[in-house]
Design a protein around this ligand. Structure first.
Ligand code: DAH
Length: 348
């Protein structure tokens, strides 16, 4: 062995050691550049070949090639190892522990007023009524005139009104939607059967039973040959769905400008079954809504011929229904948005 071969062997052994010790790709690259680069020991050794005898050169040359191949191969192997380790490390860092307990998100629920509204809608949709909606800011003529409540009519006092200007007001009841739908309806296509739930406004001082804004639902069925028996049947069905299958219904004569005759509707008390309790104030009956046969003037004002078409209308307080159903004794609680109160009515 020539001394050049000794040097090459030593270079190879040290090189392999260094490569295997290298801790990352940067360090490995530095080693490669050092070992095999132009100014590195390999080049230097090969320069020494000039001083060798001609016949010695091929053996040393091929030995040098082997050493270079060896080192290159070891470098490549180590490079692959380090790259794999780098990916492993990255994956380990990015791993998610899916077994960690989550942070619960509290889910919301529909407001109790909305729940009663949806229940009422489902009941009346089932009887072939459609759900409509009008305007909270309403024209005076729809809120009053077209409902047979002319100016200076005493019934206007029953509904203290927030006026925007002389002609525009905050609707005081849901009945304006009756007039609007009557005007729009094409009776050649069949009768008009509609309900309209919504928010109404009154210039009232808030207390346990009054609120300056609350919810009502209007209902109306106009067609040919619609009778008071239809009114009674429709309301009996709806009240039994809402307050229990055993409810009886009774009509008391009353007055509303938009209906003639007008009635106030009571149901037998769902709390005591009619024997008398606190809920029904010992009477056995609970007043739930106002209703009647639509006044011919209302039909006329909408361009509907009262000699051909007629029917019934009714109006109920959704807040009042919620209070009755859940034994709530202060209407203001619906509007204070205290989640401790509202959460009690969360449906599964
Ligand atoms: N609009 C009435 C009110 O706000 C409720 C009402 C009563 C509506 C009788 C009707 C009805 O359609 O026939 O007090």
């Amino acid at each position: 062995m020539t001394s050049l071969q000794d040097k090459l062997l030593a270079l190879k052994q040290q090189g392999i050691k260094d490569i295997e010790k290298s801790a990352d790709l940067k360090e490995l690259n530095d080693i490669r550049v050092h070992l095999l680069g132009k100014k590195g020991p390999m080049t230097e050794i090969l320069h020494g070949m000039r001083d060798l005898a001609k016949e010695e050169r091929p053996a040393v040359g091929s030995f040098a090639n082997k050493v270079r191949d060896n080192l290159t191969e070891t470098l490549e192997q180590r490079k692959q190892e380090l790259e794999a380790a780098k990916i492993e490390h990255q994956l380990a860092q990015e791993a998610l522990d899916v077994t960690l307990p989550g942070t619960p998100v509290r889910s919301g629920a529909h407001h109790v007023i909305m729940q009663i509204t949806e229940t009422l809608e489902a009941i009346f949709l089932g009887m072939g009524f459609q759900v409509v909606s009008g305007y909270e800011v309403e024209e005076e003529k729809y809120n009053f005139e077209k409902l047979n409540i002319p100016k200076n009519h005493p019934a206007r006092d029953m509904q203290d009104t927030f006026y925007i200007n002389n002609d525009i007001l905050m609707r005081t009841h849901m009945s304006p939607d009756e007039a609007r739908e009557l005007e729009k309806h094409d009776f050649s296509q069949g009768p008009l059967k509609m309900i309209s739930p919504g928010r109404v406004y009154r210039r009232d001082t808030d207390d346990a039973t009054h609120s300056h804004q609350f919810f009502q639902m209007e209902g109306q069925y106009i067609g040919k040959h619609v009778t008071m028996a239809d009114l009674k049947g429709t309301l009996t069905f709806a009240m039994r769905k809402l307050f229990g299958a055993d409810r009886e219904i009774r009509f008391r004569p009353s007055y509303f400008p938009f209906t003639e005759p007008s009635v106030e509707v009571d149901i037998s008390c769902f709390n005591c079954d009619g024997s008398g309790c606190e809920v029904c104030k010992q009477s056995g009956w609970i007043e739930v809504l106002g209703a009647g046969m639509t006044h011919p003037n209302v039909l006329k004002a909408a361009g509907v011929d009262p000699d051909v078409y007629g029917g019934f209308a009714f109006g109920l307080g959704i807040d009042r229904f919620a209070m009755l159903k859940y034994g709530i004794n202060d209407i203001r609680q619906f509007y204070q948005n205290d989640v401790r109160f509202l959460r009690q009515f969360k449906q599964a």
